[in-house]
Design a protein around this ligand. Sequence first.
Ligand SMILES: Nc1nc2c(ncn2[C@@H]2O[C@H](COP(=O)(O)OP(=O)(O)OP(=O)(O)O)[C@@H](O)[C@H]2O)c(=O)[nH]1
Ligand SMILES: [Mg+2]
Length: 670
Amino acid sequence: MVIAPSHPRARTVALIGRNGVGKTSLLEALVVATGGLERPGRVDAGTSLCGNDPEERRHQMSLGIAMAPVWVGEDKLTLLDTPGLIDFSGEVERALDVADVAVLVVSAVDGVQADFVSTWNLAQEARVPVVIFVNALDAERADFESTLRGLELLVGPTLAPLELPIGEGADFQGVVDLLADEAITYDARGPRRGPVPAELAELEARVRSSLLEAIVVADDTLTERYLEGDIPTMQELEPALSELMIEGRIVPVTCGSATQGLGVDRLATLLDEIAISRPIPAFVGGNEILLERDPHGDPIMRAFKVIVDPYVGRIVVMEVISGTITNDIILTNTRTRSEERLHGLHHLFGTKLVPVDRAVTGDVVAVAKLSDVVAGDILAKKGLNISPVPAPVATPAMSVALASSSHDDDDKIATALHRLSEEDPSLRIRHDPVSRKLVVDVMGDTHLQVTLERLRRRFNVEVATATPDVQLFETIVAPRECEGRLKKQTGGHGQFAVVNLKVEPIEPDTPFEFVDAIVGGAVPRQFIGAVRNGVEKAMIHGGPKGHRVVGLRVTLLDGKFHSVDSSEAAFDTAGSIGLKAALESAGTNVLERVMEVTATFPTEYLGEVLNDLKPRRGRVVRTDQSEASSVMLVAYVPEAGLNRYGLDLRAITAGRARVTIVQHHLAVVA
Ligand SMILES: Nc1nc2c(ncn2[C@@H]2O[C@H](COP(=O)(O)OP(=O)(O)OP(=O)(O)O)[C@@H](O)[C@H]2O)c(=O)[nH]1
Ligand SMILES: [Mg+2]
């Protein structure tokens, strides 16, 4: 492996795109093309740098961010490989948070599909400049032209195709550089330049005009010239194109094959030219600002990923926001205010750690033995008051209850899950107080499956899963007066207490009300609290239908006591007896939780989203269409209909919905 001793500029590149388009293969090819590896490994043979943990191999897909550095000349680019399956889109968001530029990979076989659109949208939302790489041009059924048409439809006039493939499928040999107007073909000795083949003339003319249009549209002076009929030459357009690409105002398209290594060297050079260090949003002294990436500034770093390595232990991966970081530097974690010494900086080549002694602004380093640093933390020179802007919390797609054989196992499973969630922030663990079960929130079926496999392999725990219980409640149907009487004589002291209660329904969401209407000491003062306790205990214990009782006002109207045989315990029991009698004689209604669902998504999906709410017994409260292309929908939906809502909404809206779900009220089960 080539490791440059020093590197004045460092930046980060995220490889994004749908499942199986060739991101992990492209990372491998970029490392080879830039001299970091002699021969590429293969994802399908389990020999690639990234995507090689046992679960990744089993599922044949990337499951989390993986990385490797490449050097293009003196510059270092940290490549972040991301998973394509939508279950793991949280990882894509985290990579985009760090990236200076994103390579959006699309397969020339499948073209632009719904998943491509959702990844494109993620990059747009993160405001990361995008380069599109049309991959797999060597594959059978590769179709560059139709892929390009799909891209033109999605991206619009800012799409700037820089290259054309020469041949497709088994005939794929290289690319045409549209700016230089020359062909680059590849053989065993590498790339070779030559004239553009005549059979491509027609396509070249069309694609060059797309490129010309993209440059002209983004540049005012060129637009003016163009409108006056003065068409600039490609040589004249070149400087404008570079500038526009650097500013992220146009979307360049390049093409090639990751597994054949064709066109990949050109992508590396392009990335090096256009990636500039993006400023990082942060709170400084309480105000949100963009932190400039100053190589000569104070040392500041941000943690973005935690990895638990079987040999090294816990590793925190951090990007350098400003300044230079050297081995053994002491920085303050601005969240915990504790000082952290950075023993041992490393570069990560896939899973391999390579020690380095310094890291410059824009660089990414892995640091071991930082037990209190979590993803999102900022480490800075002592005295700097900088805190991170919290990342939005993704709504889980589904929840699953975990069943284990004993309580001891529960503790073990909870500990193991917490360890996994450090590496995988999309995994959330809760303890359901009613069913007393552990519940995990996951981003989809594959996410769940991988989590269970990791529990088994790493922690040796086996769990069964079940749909989480929906919590039900009950309340009295109508007001009722009842007596609670306890009279026992079992040798020595007896037990005696009588209470007369009026039990009436109130709003089920309001707290329990207890009214003391005793006059003349029918129940002595010191026993009134015990009556209330007894009533509350019976409510928690459950009504005639077995659910916790809520929404009651209980009035203690009257009672009787005995100077020797009455006690707190006796009045407590009498309170319980009285309440149970009232519930049984008046009858109860079962109540369920109704959640407020707030979803924002492109307006075109509104009809389908509304249809989907019907079988869930959802009631639309309002829709807000003040944003031109998206709609915000608020609906009340019973909890029972929501278990896989995140997943279904994602399918309906091609992953373009944001949704929050909070408890709103209780309602009688219809
Ligand atoms: N013919 C051909 N096959 C490719 C190319 N790139 C990738 N593949 C194959 O496509 C399959 C998936 O490639 P990966 O690199 O794992 O795809 P990915 O985008 O990382 O997939 P996820 O991690 O699941 O999102 C593998 O079997 C690769 O060998 C290519 O350029 N040409
Ligand atoms: Mg992959």
